[in-house]
Design a protein around this ligand. Structure first.
Ligand SMILES: *Cc1c(COP(=O)(O)O)cnc(C)c1O
Length: 402
């Protein structure tokens, strides 16, 4: 095991260990699931809280040829990273007027365009930069979020082709995004695929020759081969989490959770029965017991909504957040056990040491696992382990994770 930060055994208040071997294995599993498609590793929002640069490098080592981010700033930071191959394609899709179009063109980013304002701004920047912009036209096939409505598609396609003829843009992709891919059989899935085929067909008839056509996120990559097209954009599955428990567990898909969040107990003490615990006294000890102080709170991204429900593994047993989760800390009732102060409290991980998973926290907080990992705060150090050049360390050979 190789570490990139403090050794895993170092006494830290809290740590999010990021297993890059697991991430590489997940990337290979996803590639095997979509063998005809290129793999885009979606590393927006600091790789869903896992650390964008190290995760991007690991994903590329495992065969991802594209990286995806929401904002142009995230994409530009990846392009500036010397640890990534210069030819890796980097796409970003969430633009606002006045964005860094010129920097994006000069950094050879693939930029998403959903409307005429964006096409105008990117064309102008390309003119100034003296080189064509790589543009991917986004279709709203039914999500109702970003993307071009079918009624506006002919104009966007026509003007993009005009800009291409003028040498200002190169239309590298046509793409869209699903609304309900995590609900197998939802009627919107087939409707969106039909609409996507129609909008692709129209653009291609008009003369667009995209390198890639893509619509699949993690759930579609895992369950809808007919949605793979030329490229799949996977975020959550790369981090070893299932997009939704209804779809199947991470294990069902051969994925391994990448993040383990743990903390060192800051205090263990005996208290009498009837003792209120934490703000508001929403928990009162049912009898004499021991309490353990877990030194992470909602400022670290531990959801306050999981007060009274969030699970923690301490000394081999599941304990529950007793009373309110505060900004920096919360308490667990240890039921009379007296683990040493400094003992490890595991909030979530892959689950194979008996610890809860991010999915368990999602259920405890009434949210999704995406939000649990993404919101872990910057005050929690990420400790990247198994960072291996070319992924050649033992036990990480071909086939792992399939
Ligand atoms: C976040 C995002 C993805 C990745 O979604 P997952 O469900 O995490 O795989 C793909 N495409 C777009 C446009 C996104 O915003």
């Amino acid at each position: 095991m190789r570490e990139t930060a403090t050794a895993p055994t170092a006494p830290l208040r809290a740590r999010a260990e990021i297993d890059l071997a697991a991430l590489r294995a997940n990337a290979r599993t996803l590639r095997a699931l979509a063998p005809g498609a290129a793999l885009m590793a979606v590393v927006k929002s600091d790789a869903y809280g896992h650390g964008a640069l190290r995760c991007a490098r690991a994903a590329v080592e495992a065969g991802a040829s594209w990286l995806g981010t929401a904002t142009p700033e995230e994409a530009l930071a990846l392009r500036a990273d010397a640890g990534l191959p210069a030819d890796v394609r980097i796409m970003c899709w969430l633009w606002t007027p006045g964005g860094p179009w010129r920097e994006a063109v000069e950094a050879d980013l693939d930029v998403s365009v959903s409307g005429m304002w964006a096409l105008r701004e990117v064309s102008e920047a390309a003119g100034e930069a003296g080189r064509p912009a790589r543009v991917q036209l986004k279709a709203d096939t039914g999500l109702g979020r970003n993307g071009c409505q079918p009624a506006d598609w002919p104009e966007l396609v026509r003007e993009a082709l005009r800009a291409e003829a003028a040498g200002l843009v190169r239309i590298t992709g046509l793409w869209s995004h699903f609304a309900c891919a995590d609900e197998p059989g939802h009627p919107s899935i087939a409707a969106q695929l039909t609409r996507f085929h129609e909008m692709l067909g129209y653009a291609e008839e008009q003369g667009v020759r995209p390198e890639v056509r893509h619509i699949a996120n993690s759930p579609a990559t895992l369950t809808l081969p007919e949605a793979h097209f030329d490229l799949v954009r996977t975020g959550i599955a790369l981090y070893g989490l299932s997009p939704s428990p209804e779809l199947g567990s991470a294990t069902d898909f051969g994925l391994r959770p990448v993040m383990t969040l743990s903390a060192s107990l800051a205090l263990v003490k005996r208290v009498p029965g009837g003792h209120g615990v934490s703000y508001g006294h929403h928990y009162v000890t049912p009898g004499e017991t021991t309490l353990g102080l877990v030194p992470v709170g909602y400022a670290d991204g531990i959801p306050r909504h999981a007060s009274g429900t969030g699970p923690v593994l301490v000394g081999g047993k599941w304990r529950t957040a007793a009373g309110r989760i505060a900004m920096d800390q919360f308490v667990v009732d240890l039921g009379g056990d007296e683990p040493e102060v400094g003992s490890e409290a595991v909030l979530f991980g892959p689950g194979d040491r008996g610890e809860p998973t991010a999915e368990d926290w999602a259920q405890a907080a009434g949210t999704i696992a995406y939000e649990i990992v993404t919101r872990i705060g910057t005050r929690v150090p990420r400790v990247h382990v198994n960072e291996g050049p070319s992924g050649q360390e033992p036990g990480d050979g071909p086939g792992t994770g399939d």
